[in-house]
Design a protein around this ligand. Structure first.
Ligand code: GLA
Length: 375
């Protein structure tokens, strides 16, 4: 049964009537452009066919009452009296309410049921999908216009300031603005977007290493600080403003670690722009491979299992290229694969990865899907 039908049924079971609205906001996988968003750079993600779904109806008392099917738990808060609690899934919709109100939106309350089939903590942006679904729910009951870019920014603000995770804008933008059948080139400075088609006859396969690393936050913040230091050295607002030529001319004045961090970001921006231009699967695959190698050697955000996964994927039949995706340190790799052998590819890689690590990976062939919507 589809998740849409499941939550609509659960809503009816709880409230005795069908929901007024069902909203959906997707997770994402990033094809290329990693650790570039907080450097005002370029990313090329796609929204995936896994999402957070909320079935809901308005309430007139300003309260949000939300039951999670995944946690089998109900939360309640008033949009007029928002207080931070300890880390809990309920902080996401609460943080979104806070950011929307801070931006001047007048919010109504609502009640409903939520469920998510984006694997949590796997680097596929289940958090952003929950934030965007909550924002869509607030927009539906409160009647304000849906401006994907503005709402993505507010959801990022909720994540940064309320939940306390210092992420860039990529995940919220793609969950808000993704388009079925396409990847999206996002300029993370202007937030201008451009729809990009995958090369003909290819699909995107997500390969979950089944590893997760704690302490991602501190390593992520450390990388951000190193990038900011490099930008200061070059006298620019962000590393986006440094071209490869300028980097080559001055790089030897940087310390070794900062130089490698900056080299990743500067070369990754070039690769991402090229990836959005080429229609050639072989070239796109090579760019993805180069991205992974740069993340492994220069940016140092892979782990052993991500490297093994990529090494298992690259020689498998039908693979054009493979790389880690998301923040790194665990989670998922992504591969560009010939559509007609995608299933065989998934089985082969799962087998060789299991043999090499003893771990059982998950494989998802993903279809590019739409961003947050009332469905
Ligand atoms: C996480 C963050 C994004 C981005 C990626 C790395 O997914 O949420 O903003 O920085 O890591 O590209």
């Amino acid at each position: 049964m589809s998740l849409k039908k499941t939550i609509a049924d659960k809503f009816k079971h709880r409230f005795g009537v069908p929901p007024t609205f069902v909203v959906r906001a997707p997770g994402r996988v990033n094809l290329i452009g990693e650790h570039t968003d907080y450097n005002d750079g370029f990313v090329l993600p796609m929204a995936i066919d896994r999402a957070t779904w909320i079935a809901l109806r308005p309430r007139s008392d300003g309260h949000v009452v939300l039951h999670s099917l995944d946690h089998d738990e109900t939360i309640e808060f008033s949009v007029n009296d928002l207080r931070k609690d300890a880390k809990h899934w309920g902080e996401y919709p609460k943080g979104v309410a806070w950011a929307l109100r801070e931006a001047g939106h007048v919010l109504r309350g609502w009640e409903g049921v939520v469920a998510c089939n984006v694997p949590m903590g796997a680097g596929l942006s289940s958090s952003a999908s929950f934030e965007l679904a909550a924002a869509r729910a607030f927009a539906a009951v409160s009647g304000f216009a849906w401006d994907a870019v503005a709402i993505a920014r507010l959801c990022q603000r909720a994540e940064n300031r309320w939940v306390g995770v210092n992420c860039g804008i990529m995940d919220q933008m793609i969950s808000a603005a993704g388009r079925a059948g396409h990847t999206l080139l996002i300029d993370c400075r202007s937030l201008a977007t451009q729809l990009v088609l995958l090369p003909a006859g290819t699909v995107v396969v997500v390969l979950d290493t089944a590893t997760r690393r704690g302490l991602v936050d501190s390593a992520y913040n450390e990388r951000r600080a190193q990038c900011e230091a490099a930008a200061r050295f070059f006298g620019v607002k962000a590393l986006r403003d440094v071209k490869p030529k300028q980097f080559a001319a001055q790089a030897d004045q940087l310390d070794e670690v900062t130089r490698r961090r900056a080299r990743h970001v500067i070369s990754e921006n070039e690769r991402t722009l090229r990836a959005a231009e080429t229609r050639d699967a072989v070239e796109l695959g090579q760019l993805m491979n180069a991205s992974h190698d740069s993340l492994r050697d220069d940016f140092e955000v892979t782990n052993k299992e991500l490297n093994v996964m990529v090494e298992c994927a690259r020689p498998a039949e039908g693979c054009f290229g493979a790389r880690m995706t998301g923040a790194g340190f665990g989670g998922c790799a992504v591969a560009l694969v010939r559509a007609d052998v995608a299933e065989k590819f998934g089985n082969a890689v799962a087998g060789s990865y299991h043999k090499a690590t003893g771990l059982t990976p998950k494989v998802y062939v993903c279809q590019p899907s739409n961003g947050a919507k009332v469905v």
